[in-house]
Design a protein around this ligand. Structure first.
Ligand SMILES: *[C@@H]1O[C@H](CO)[C@@H](O)[C@H](O)[C@H]1NC(C)=O
Ligand SMILES: *[C@@H]1O[C@H](CO)[C@@H](O)[C@H](O)[C@H]1NC(C)=O
Length: 438
């Protein structure tokens, strides 16, 4: 941190401290003023600058004394009415203020009651905080009670395929058939038993069966829930999230996987399982993968030119582990419904916005626990092609998976990755440029 930044934080604190002091000074001044006012009012009830006694005498002996007294009476009455009116308006303002305050209190009480109820539901009983450094917030939410009635056919398949109620799931249609073959060939080679292809068409379903790959073909009308019905054609982009929901409702944890991924080890021993969502990142170093403080500089602000911002490269919505919890299911629902409402949105952006944006006025954020996977073990193709393949040490380490997410020539790069890591062909990655050539 630069000295300017430290200076700024301290400066802010000083300003904050000086505020009450000036308030006190103003308060004292007002108090003294009122006190003097009272004393003068008591000593000189008719005011300080009264005419002399002889002048008063002279005036009161005027010829039209009667008229004078009548007008005096009515002006007194007016004054009385005026002061009554002032008193009534003051009372009115006071009541209005009380109503405002009470309404606010009711609102806060309801909010607290609601939050307290939710917390009791999740946490059970209240407890005292432990000593300094010993307290830890909840990040591992309880799993839902499995509901087999959601989809009995899928429940039967999962019964057979899943291991410890976990499995890899990929969605595929005939467009990605070649990549799917590389995908499951490597999964088989590594010896991962718990994986399933959700076939989106008949051809993929047949293809998987012919290769002895566990497959689940959805009935055409399955999952046509309210989201799909209101979402029209655009709801299709949210299909993945709606399909996933059933797996979670059935009580399974899913490692969702795109098919442009090469499996080099079994991923399950590398999971932490402490969060609702555990995801691979699009980041390429410690900062971009795990988060950093990005200082925004606006020199025109002078002393306060540095604004600190929180940044992180997005989670990759093509490879994440999701536990069957309420926040996880809420996430899927939120993403699916936004994708159907906002036809031009990108599912990965929506997925990240829902995961990361906090609650704010008019918006209740999702409260899901998140964990970023190790970007060298769960490697994206930018890390491989820009950094790892050029680094003598890093290129010796075997990742768990490599996701060809950064490059459009997916199939040849997948095959080269297999050559490099599986068959040990040292120059297999060399023909490929760092990025794509458009
Ligand atoms: C990245 O983080 C790891 C683990 O915290 C650390 O060992 C490594 O030195 C860091 N790398 C850089 C370049 O800071
Ligand atoms: C590819 O990336 C590496 C590492 O960042 C760099 O040294 C190299 O010059 C890049 N190659 C090209 C052709 O841009």
């Amino acid at each position: 941190m630069s000295p300017q930044m430290i200076g700024r934080r301290d400066g802010m604190r000083n300003t904050a401290h000086s505020l009450p002091k000036s308030r006190v000074t103003i308060g004292v001044a007002i108090g003294v003023g009122i006190l003097f006012g009272c004393i003068f009012a008591f000593l000189f009830p008719h005011g300080l600058f009264l005419p002399t006694a002889s002048n008063t005498h002279h005036l009161s002996r005027s010829d039209n004394a009667q008229v004078g007294s009548a007008s005096c009476e009515s002006s007194e009455r007016v004054n009385m009415l005026k002061s009554e009116f002032v008193a009534a308006s003051e009372k009115n303002a006071e009541l209005k203020k009380q109503i405002r305050e009470l309404t606010e209190k009711v609102r806060l009480a309801e909010q607290r009651k609601d939050q307290a109820q939710k917390q009791v539901l999740v946490l059970g009983k209240q407890q005292k905080a432990g000593g300094f450094g010993t307290v830890k917030g909840l990040r591992t939410n309880p799993t839902v009670v499995p509901d087999g009635s959601v989809n009995t056919r899928l429940a039967e398949i999962l019964e057979k395929v899943a291991v410890e109620r976990e499995l890899i799931v990929a969605l595929a249609n005939s467009n990605v058939k070649d990549m799917l073959e590389v995908w499951f060939t490597n999964i088989k080679r590594v010896g991962i038993p718990n994986y399933l292809v959700v076939a989106l068409d008949e051809e993929i379903s047949r293809f998987c069966k012919s290769k002895d790959v566990p497959v689940y073909k959805r009935d055409p009308d399955e999952g046509i829930d309210s989201v799909a019905r209101t979402g029209g054609n655009h709801a299709v982009s949210g299909l993945k999230f709606r399909i996933l929901r059933e797996f979670l409702q059935l009580g399974y944890s899913v490692l969702l996987s795109d098919v442009d991924i090469v499996y080099l080890q079994n991923p399950f021993p590398y999971l932490y399982r402490d969060s609702d969502v555990e995801s691979m990142t699009d980041g390429h170093d410690n900062g971009t993968a795990y988060g950093y403080n990005d200082v925004f500089d606006e020199s025109a602000m002078g002393w306060a030119r540095y604004a600190h911002t929180m940044r992180m490269w997005v989670y990759n919505s093509g490879f994440f582990y999701i536990r069957p919890t309420i926040p996880s299911i809420e996430l899927l629902d939120r993403v699916a419904s936004r994708l159907s409402r906002e036809p031009n949105s990108w599912d990965q952006a929506v997925f990240n916005e829902e995961l990361f944006f906090p609650s704010h006025p008019g918006y209740d954020g999702l409260h899901a626990a998140r964990r970023t996977m190790d970007f060298y073990l769960f490697m994206n193709s930018k890390v491989l092609f820009k950094t790892v393949r050029r680094d003598a040490k890093l290129s010796k380490l075997k990742p768990v998976i490599v996701h060809v997410n950064y490059h459009p020539d997916k199939l040849p790069r997948m095959k080269a990755i297999v050559e490099f890591y599986v068959r040990g062909k040292q120059d297999a990655l060399e023909p490929f440029p760092n990025g794509s050539n458009w």
